[in-house]
Each structure stands twice: as structure tokens, then as C-alpha cells.
Write a protein that binds this ligand. Structure first.
Ligand code: ANZ
Ligand code: ZN
Length: 819
């Protein structure tokens, strides 16, 4: 008998799909179901992670299309960024041609995989037609006061010669390119390594461009509560990343030098403050450095250290300045200390060594007083000279506030004190978008000696990338023709900004470009966006929980405030997919355990990656499971071939035809439920088990022509979203009308309520079924019609319990339904 091979038939079916424009979503469609997979970096070939991502997306899109929805499933290319530039350097080619080659290859691979994209909407982010809108957004954000240009200590990768966002710095033990898997702990960099090349990251001070995402901290936090279609884990990671802290800011009077505002979460410990500490970047520290040499020297010594290093040192310098304690009137020494971070809170802390570990370490180092003011509630003795007590308790040594519990004391002090105001800080930092690299969107700014930074006028956009010239540093900065320009405001000679934008800017709004990909006078058509958004389903790797998925929300919130979008939340339902493992490790070129999608043929791969596990879970690539995915296709193909070649069957009904009809209905109902919930692995087991039942049915004697045919047709339709070429072949063999991928999703008969229970029975082992039949007095185990009849269900349950004393899966499923 013939072997089925998708490679042999894919060209024919692709031609048919094209001819009938199956995947085109016309512009006048009313609110299509927008199904989107995170578009790929053009960094080489499709890898198994892409294939899994897009197989999930495509199966769902195809399922919705068969259900009768208009579907928008586009694809494009995230082409800017380090991967392209580094690869271009390695291969002694320029990023543009290298990117073009990647795109050609990847598009071909996607087509071979049978993904049904609307290619009319394709675009590449490195094309000026796309990135001009990044520049346009930059200018709108600038006008809204959402862009800052600041000298800042930044993470610097000496190998890539670029600044890295905090989240692009990995801790050393992280998996390769699993950057920021958890994201918990906030965007404070650690002594990490570059997420791309694993070189240890250094710190440098540079003038940088930032998007003020912190202005949206509260909104982004609030919005999470309503994102019910997002996994709770992702929402929690975003909450931690935003890191809202409620507390108070306390103003300490500093005679002669004004005052110092300190942020604290523990106002209740105010009586225990024995010193103040300000960060090296604090305005007062910079002022004092001009007068006091030892402060100046100290500041010099702290440059170039990461936040994490700073957090764990007790170094500091007494400025000699004294601040007044607002309650006791005592004079408190003011230190400059590294452990106080520049951009957290107000950059100043009140030091309470008795109740804060870092303050304790600092006080021990500098011989400062440790004054306990909170007694632990469990009244256990605490050795304050050894450690701080950081828990809650009862106030002591705190004047009229003594005896209050800590929470009450915070409220009371806040109400009473003039110098204390309630205050909120966030761990979230502004989004550093500057990159000192060539392959990105040029930041549309000109630096003029007279006028400072000036926006490039809108009519002069895009500022296009000049041709690539390899250099040691940033090719843009070395390119005099690019750099030398005139000031748009005063006409004097000026220098063009040579930083390019973080590639995450490109991906923050690309889903909007797909709506109207050739729109000429705006980034997207606002009316279309209001109709078609939000994205109904967005599928992508779980490692994007913070960076991309926070930026995409930030952009939409800003665009909504600019009046360009109705809805501030871009994505209704988010599906995060887990990792494909091989030999227990993530597949990666570095580990040499990569399996390319084409080693096994497109549909075997699709069936396997969807069948192996729930999308959320990691799974292992095993040869055994792959071959069982192959066998399923062959089994279906053989069944249909045999049917079309055999003599006509019966036309009068037998009881086992009723059973089969019922089994077909049950499979439809269950598979539909599984597709709705993205449980393709369970949908595939349903399909597999119906194929098994059909096999037994054939073996038991002559088939009822119409009933059996319905079984085969149903199988074909149910598997069409997963193996579309195979489905077309079977559909064609069965002489059904039209294309399988455009067929109507099958409907079950009405009375499907008992299906789950019946499923539970059928899922029991063969021995269990025999037991049930024995108890029920049925001779032929093939005739399980009687067993699954509703009136039997309770009795059957009892039987299964006896057959399997553990009762595990079966009784569980029963109990759910019987209650
Ligand atoms: C006084 C105090 C007393 C604090 C106490 C805590 C406990 P965590 O520690 O994560 O809860 N803080 C404020 N600004 C800072 C900065 N720029 N750099 C470093 N530390 C800073 O964060 C809140 C605490 O971090 C704040 O509350 C402050 O120390 C410190 F028994 O103030 B606390
Ligand atoms: Zn000027």
C-alpha cells in the first residue's frame, strides 16, 4: 500500500489554497478573529520553538475558520537588533542582505509547514516604510513628555559594544536565551552576563534616551486585574516587575543645605533613625562634592559598579552635614552611601539600623547607634547588635507612639506629622531605548550646540539608515556623512544622533501594522483598529512575560491617551507556550541537540508538537512519540484508501451502528471543547481513539456505508487544523465538496450530556471494559452500547471501582459528573 507523504502533496494543496485565497482576510471584513503568533527575529532558520508557537497559532486559526469565523492570521519579520548585526559580522556580510536571506528561507519553511498566513499583510521592521513610524511614535511621545534624555549608568556589554536594558542582563546560571524567565526581583541589574553573548556586563555612564514607562506604572498595574484572558502567572510577574511599594516620604531639615526627602516603607520606625544616607547621584551629594574633597573622591570610587554590587557594600562617607530628626530634634549625620540607589524612591534613606538589614550593616561598619523601636510581638529576645529585627511588632522608645502596633503607628504618624506624606514608589524603571548599534531605527534627533537636542521635522522622516560600513564601534557614529547635518531650528552645523532604538520598540506595535500594512500616511488606520482590536489570541514564549508583553501594553496605553486607539489593552487572550526539550535540555545550537522541523516532515512535526503536551508545558522530543505521530497519519490514510477501494457496505442498520454514531458525536463534542481550551494534545487523543474505534468497527464485519463514511469524514475535518495537507488528501479521496480547510466544523447530535461519563468508561483499560461487560451480562465486549447507556452509569461506576481499587482517573471523572 502507498505511504502517505505530505512533501509529495503539499505543492498541489498550496496551489489550491492560493487559487481560492483561503487565508486572505479582506479589508472590509467585520471584526475578524485576530489570531497572532509572536513574529520571529530573523536570526537564521525556523527552530522548533517557532514551529511549536506557530503550530498552536495556526491550529487555532484554522479551527476558528472552520467554525465560520473570518480569521486574520498574519506574519511578518522582526528584523532589527543584535542577532542580525552580529551574524552579519560573523559572516562578513551586511545586515540588510543577511536579513533578506533569512527572510526568504524562513518564509519558505513556514510555507512548507503549511501555516495559513495572509501574506498580503507581510512586512519587515527594518524597512523604512515600517521604521519611519517608530520615529513618528518617538516624536509623538516626545511631545507628550514621555521621552527623557539623561546621563545614566547603564549596563554595557563590552563584546557587543552596546548598552543593555536591565532585563537583557542574565544571571550567570540562567539557561541560554531564556532571558528573564521569571522576571521577579525587579529590573535592578546584577553582576550578570549579556543575554546574547554571555559576556560579563559592565557599568558605564552615558547620555541615553528613555521612554517614561514609569509614568504609566499605576495604569499598567491596574489594567492587569481585568486581563482575565491572560495566565495568572504572567500577570503576577508583571505585578512584581512594576513592584509597587506604598510608604511615606519624610522631609528632614538640613540647616544651611535645604532638606532631604527620604522614602520609607516603615514610617513606624522613625524614632529609630540614627543617620541619613543619600545616593552618590543625589543632587546634594554632587553639590557637596565640589566643596568637600573626600566626598568627591568617594563619588569617583563608586562609578561603574552595578546596583547589585552597590546593594551589598557598606561603604560610605560622612559628609559632615547634619540633618534634624523631626521628632527628637537630634542631629543625624548625613552619609553618601553606595547602597542607596539613585533611581529608587527619592535616592535617600533614613537609616534605621535596628530594623533594616542594610542599615544595620552600614551602622556596624561606621559605628553608628542602633536604637530598637519595635518589639517583636512574640516577645522573644532579639539581639540587636547582631542583626536587625525587620518584622512587625509593638512600638517602644517612640514617645507618645509607644505601645501602638506597627501598622497603627504608620497611620498615626502619617496623620500627625507635617514632614511626612504618603508616597508610592515603583521598582519599574524607565525604558532605556538607546542602542549604540547600526541595525536599528535611527533616533530622529539632531544635537545642536545652541538649541540642544531637536526633533527632526516630521516631513523629513524617515531618517534612513545609511549603507553599512563595518567598523570596530558603532558604524553610524563613524559615518561622517550621516552624522554631519544642520540644526532644524537655527540652521547651524549640528550632529545627528547616532543611537538607534531598542528592537522592542518595533515589536511594541507591529500587531497594529498588520491591520493595514500598506497604510501610507499613518502607522495604522484608526477606524480599522477600533473595529478589529484587541488581538483575540496572542501566542508566544513564556520568556516574554515582562519585556515585550509589558512594552506592548505600554504602547497601547499611550496610543489610547493620544486618541489613536479606543482600547488601552492590546491582547485579550494570551497563550504562553513552554519549551521543547531534547535530552532533557532546551534545544539550542549551542547544546548541539537541535532537531530541525524538516527532519520529519511538516505534518509529523505539527502533530507531534501539538500532541506532546499542553501548550504551556515543556516537553521532550522523543523518537518514539514522533513515529507514533507519523503512524497516525498513515493509519488515517490507509483507512480512507481502503474504504474508497472496497465494495459498498451495508445499508440496513445494526445496533453497533448506533454505537458508532454515538461515538462520533461524542468525539466531536469533546474535540471541540479541547480546541476551545487550546488542549490540542487532548484533541489529538480524541481523534486517535475515534480512529481506533473505527478500526474495530471495520474488523467486526461489513460496515454500514453511510455511518462509516461519516466517521471518516468527521476524522478528516477534526484533524484538518493540525495536518491540513493530509486532510485535503482524505477529503479528496472521500469525494467531499470544496476544500477540507474550508469545511464546516462538524456538529454533534443534541444529546451530548453523558459523553464525558461515557468517555471515562471507554478510557478505562481493556480489562475494565471486560469487567463491566461481565457484570452487565454482555458477551461481546465490542458491544459497549449497553454499558454506556445513561441508566447504567452508576452501576458501571461501581464496577470500575471494583476493577480498579485505586479508582484513580476513572472515579475522579465520574464523581465530577455524578455530583
Ligand atoms: C527606613 C526603613 C526602616 C526601611 C525599616 C525599611 C525598614 P524594601 O527594603 O524592599 O522593603 N530605600 C528607600 N529608598 C532607597 C534607595 N534609593 N536605595 C536603597 N534603599 C532604599 O524597600 C523599602 C525600603 O528601601 C525603604 O524603607 C528604605 O528603607 C529603602 F525598618 O526606610 B526603609
Ligand atoms: Zn540649533
Amino acid at each position: 500500500r502507498d505511504r502517505y507523504s505530505s512533501q509529495a502533496v503539499q505543492d498541489i494543496w498550496q496551489f489550491e489554497w492560493d487559487r481560492k485565497d483561503v487565508y486572505t482576510c479582506p479589508a472590509d471584513t467585520e471584526d475578524p478573529t485576530y489570531v497572532l503568533g509572536m513574529f520571529p527575529y530573523t536570526s537564521g532558520n525556523l527552530h522548533m520553538g517557532h514551529v511549536r508557537n506557530y503550530a498552536i497559532t495556526d491550529a487555532y486559526a484554522r479551527y476558528r475558520r472552520m467554525c465560520g469565523d473570518e480569521v486574520l492570521q498574519p506574519m511578518g519579520w522582526d528584523a532589527f537588533g543584535l542577532p542580525a548585526e552580529n551574524a552579519a559580522e560573523r559572516q562578513l556580510s551586511d545586515p540588510q542582505s543577511w536579513t533578506d536571506t533569512c527572510i526568504e528561507d524562513m518564509r519558505e519553511e513556514m510555507e512548507a509547514m503549511g501555516f495559513g498566513y495572509d501574506w498580503n499583510r507581510e512586512f519587515t521592521t527594518s524597512d523604512p516604510e515600517y521604521y519611519q513610524w517608530n520615529q513618528w511614535f518617538f516624536e509623538r511621545f516626545y511631545e507628550e513628555g514621555l521621552v527623557e534624555y539623561e546621563a545614566a549608568a547603564v549596563n554595557w556589554c563590552p563584546n557587543c559594544e552596546t548598552v543593555l536594558a536591565d532585563a537583557q542582563v542574565e544571571s550567570v546560571d540562567d539557561d541560554e536565551d531564556d532571558h528573564d524567565r521569571d522576571g521577579v526581583g525587579g529590573p535592578i541589574s546584577s553582576q550578570g552576563v549579556c543575554w546574547r553573548c554571555e559576556t560579563p556586563v559592565e557599568t558605564r555612564e552615558l547620555d541615553q534616551w528613555f521612554f517614561s514607562i514609569t509614568d504609566y506604572a499605576e495604569e499598567l498595574l491596574d489594567g492587569l486585574d481585568d486581563l482575565e484572558g491572560w495566565p495568572e502567572s504572567v500577570r503576577e510577574i508583571q505585578r512584581n516587575w512594576i513592584g509597587k511599594q506604598e510608604g511615606a516620604s519624610v522631609t528632614f531639615d538640613v540647616p544651611e543645605d535645604g532638606d532631604i526627602e527620604a522614602f520609607t516603607t516603615r514610617l513606624d520606625t522613625l524614632y529609630g533613625a540614627t543617620f541619613l544616607a543619600i545616593s552618590p547621584g543625589h543632587d546634594l551629594a554632587r553639590d557637596l562634592a565640589t566643596d568637600i574633597d573626600r566626598v568627591d573622591a568617594y563619588l569617583d570610587g563608586t562609578r561603574g559598579r552595578s546596583d547589585a554590587e552597590r546593594r551589598s557594600t557598606a561603604s560610605g562617607v560622612d559628609t559632615g552635614v547634619r540633618a534634624i530628626h523631626p521628632l527628637t530634634g537630634e542631629e543625624l549625620p548625613v552619609y553618601v552611601a553606595e547602597y542607596v540607589l539613585d533611581n529608587v524612591g527619592t535616592g535617600a534613606v533614613m537609616g534605621v539600623p535596628a530594623h533594616n538589614e542594610r542599615d544595620h550593616a552600614f551602622a556596624s561598619e561606621h559605628d553608628l547607634a542602633i536604637t530598637p523601636v519595635v518589639r517583636p510581638s512574640n516577645s522573644a529576645e532579639h539581639d540587636f547588635s547582631a542583626t536587625a529585627y525587620t518584622g512587625e511588632g509593638t512600638l517602644e522608645n517612640s514617645g507618645e507612639y509607644g505601645g501602638l502596633d506597627t501598622e497603627r503607628a504608620r497611620e498615626q504618624l502619617l496623620a500627625d506629622l507635617e514632614c511626612a506624606e504618603s508616597s508610592v514608589t515603583y521598582r519599574l524603571r524607565d525604558w532605556l531605548i538607546s542602542r549604540q548599534r547600526y541595525w536599528g531605527t535611527p533616533i530622529p534627533v539632531v544635537h545642536c550646540e545652541e538649541c540642544g537636542p531637536v526633533l527632526v521635522p516630521e516631513e523629513e522622516l524617515p531618517v534612513e539608515l545609511p549603507e553599512y560600513e563595518p567598523t570596530a564601534g558603532n558604524p553610524l557614529a563613524e559615518n561622517e556623512a550621516f552624522v554631519e547635518t544642520t540644526c532644524p531650528e537655527c540652521g547651524a552645523a549640528a550632529r545627528r544622533e547616532t543611537d538607534t532604538m531598542d528592537t522592542f520598540v518595533d515589536s511594541s506595535w507591529y500587531y497594529l501594522r498588520f491591520l493595514t500594512a500598506d497604510h501610507g500616511d499613518a502607522p495604522f488606520d484608526t477606524a480599522q483598529a477600533d473595529e478589529w482590536l484587541p488581538v483575540d489570541v496572542y501566542v508566544g514564549g513564556e520568556e516574554h512575560a515582562v519585556l515585550h508583553l509589558l512594552y506592548i501594553r505600554f504602547f497601547a496605553h499611550v496610543l489610547a491617551d493620544l486618541g489613536l486607539l479606543d482600547e488601552p489593552e492590546p491582547v485579550q487572550r494570551l497563550v504562553n507556550q513552554g519549551t521543547v526539550l531534547h535530552g532533557g535540555e532546551k534545544m539550542s545550537t549551542a547544546k548541539g541537540n537541535v532537531i530541525t522541523p524538516h527532519e520529519y516532515g511538516p505534518e509529523t512535526t505539527r502533530l507531534f508538537v501539538l500532541g506532546a503536551a499542553h501548550p504551556r508545558q515543556d516537553f521532550e522530543w522523543t523518537a518514539k512519540d514522533v513515529s507514533s505521530a507519523y503512524d497516525l497519519q498513515q493509519q488515517l490514510y490507509d483507512m480512507v484508501r481502503a474504504f474508497t477501494e472496497a465494495d459498498a457496505g451495508r445499508s440496513e442498520r445494526e445496533p453497533r451502528d448506533d454505537y458508532l454514531d454515538r461515538e462520533i458525536d461524542r468525539t466531536i463534542a469533546a474535540t471541540t471543547e479541547e480546541f476551545d481550551a487550546f488542549r490540542f494534545h487532548r484533541a489529538i487523543s480524541e481523534i486517535r481513539s475515534l480512529a481506533g474505534v473505527l478500526g474495530q468497527y471495520v474488523e467486526a464485519g461489513p460496515v454500514h456505508e453511510a455511518v462509516y463514511r461519516r466517521g471518516l469524514k468527521t476524522l478528516t475535518a477534526l484533524i484538518a487544523p493540525i495536518t491540513p495537507y493530509l486532510a485535503e488528501e482524505l477529503w479528496n479521496l472521500l469525494r467531499c465538496d470544496g476544500l477540507a480547510v474550508e469545511a464546516e466544523w462538524p456538529e454533534p447530535a443534541d444529546n451530548v450530556s453523558d459523553y464525558r461519563i461515557e468517555r471515562a468508561l471507554i478510557d478505562t483499560t481493556r480489562a475494565d471494559v471486560r469487567d463491566i461487560c461481565e457484570v452487565a451480562g454482555i458477551d461481546d465486549p465490542g458491544e459497549i452500547t449497553l454499558v454506556v447507556a445513561p441508566e447504567w452509569k452508576y452501576r458501571a461506576y461501581e464496577t470500575v471501582r471494583r476493577a480498579d481499587p485505586e479508582g484513580a482517573v476513572v472515579s475522579q471523572a465520574f464523581e465530577d459528573d455524578l455530583v
